[in-house]
Design a protein around this ligand. Structure first.
Ligand code: SF4
Length: 306
């Protein structure tokens, strides 16, 4: 039987819902009930009646959904779908930072483990980070975890001094300035659009900076016809669907013969694995009740402000 039909039939039989992040492969995006960035997906799950959620994305996102929906069963089709930004954080270094700046407010990017969330005052995503930072009283210092590029960008647009953790995403820190400039030379009318997790040098030449959903929104309203896209290229599938006549060129990475910069973790989720996850109802995301309770507090603070 056709794999897609098998998934859809089983999903219906089990009354499950499939959520997919914008960075998933096109076939996975196309069978999902809802597609979005991490904030949109987290908000969506809180409105769902269904108890079985198949989450096509990376592990920290599935954990976030579990924290917000502790009574639902959250299944990730590949439990090894991690994230460099999350995995490289040294919790002891974070503890050290927090004890060195005890009066600072800890703001943590949603791309973080559940443990890191428990150590935070409030969470932010790239869509709402500006609002979240501005909600913190001006006389308060801020510790920003764990993405250094997003932290530096936020510090520059809000004018706030921040103590920033030195983490980064392997995808967004690898874009090549030189290759992007060469592309721009070839495509003079193309606008460069970039995610704020990119390095400063890339953001400086960008015509527009925003979260994945903001980038999608921008290209659908903007009058240009060509874009160089400096974020994970999975989003280009939705851009092409929304704007059939426009041209989207993935920004190239530094050390590769490949023309785009894919997240290997996001691409671990396949249709076969989704079918398996529906059949066996694995791999279920589980967290201790203590972590669930503690991590929910900063997430709900973010939700209220969003
Ligand atoms: S794109 Fe970067 S931040 Fe997002 S899941 Fe992949 S490694 Fe993590």
């Amino acid at each position: 039987m056709d794999l897609k039909k098998e998934i859809l039939d089983l999903k219906k039989e089990k009354k499950a819902v499939i959520l997919a992040h914008f960075y998933q492969i096109p076939e996975v995006q196309d069978i999902a009930d809802f597609i979005g960035d991490s904030l949109q997906l987290a908000q969506k799950t809180m409105q769902l009646k269904e108890d079985l959620i198949i989450f096509a994305g990376v592990y920290f996102m599935a954990e976030t959904v579990k924290i917000l929906n502790p009574n639902k069963r959250i299944i990730i089709p590949d439990k090894n779908a991690g994230c460099s930004l999350v995995d490289d954080v040294d919790i002891n270094k974070v503890k050290e930072l927090i004890s060195r700046y005890p009066d600072h407010v800890v703001v943590t990017y949603v791309n973080s483990s559940a443990i890191l969330k428990t150590m935070s005052y409030i969470i932010c995503t790239s869509s709402n980070a500006f609002k979240i930072i501005n909600s913190i009283p001006k006389d308060k210092g801020i510790i920003f975890l764990p993405d250094k590029n997003l932290g530096k960008y936020l510090s520059s647009v809000t004018g706030r001094n921040m103590v920033i953790y030195e983490g980064s995403c392997i995808v967004h820190e690898q874009f090549s300035l030189e290759k992007i400039i060469m592309l721009k030379d070839k495509h003079r009318n193309a606008k460069i659009i970039a995610h704020p997790e990119c390095e400063d040098v890339i953001l400086k030449i960008a015509d527009f900076i925003g979260s994945t959903s903001a980038l999608l929104d921008f290209v659908s309203k903007d009058t240009s016809n060509e874009y160089i896209v400096a974020t994970e290229p999975g989003i280009i599938h939705q851009m092409r669907k929304k704007c059939e006549n426009k041209v989207f060129i993935p920004a190239p990475p530094n050390d590769s013969t490949c023309a785009c910069n894919e997240c290997r973790y996001m691409k671990m989720i396949t249709l076969d694995k989704i079918l398996h996850s529906l059949e066996k109802e694995e791999y279920e995301v589980t967290l201790s009740s203590e972590i669930l309770e503690k991590a929910k507090v900063p997430l709900l603070r973010m939700m209220e402000i969003s």
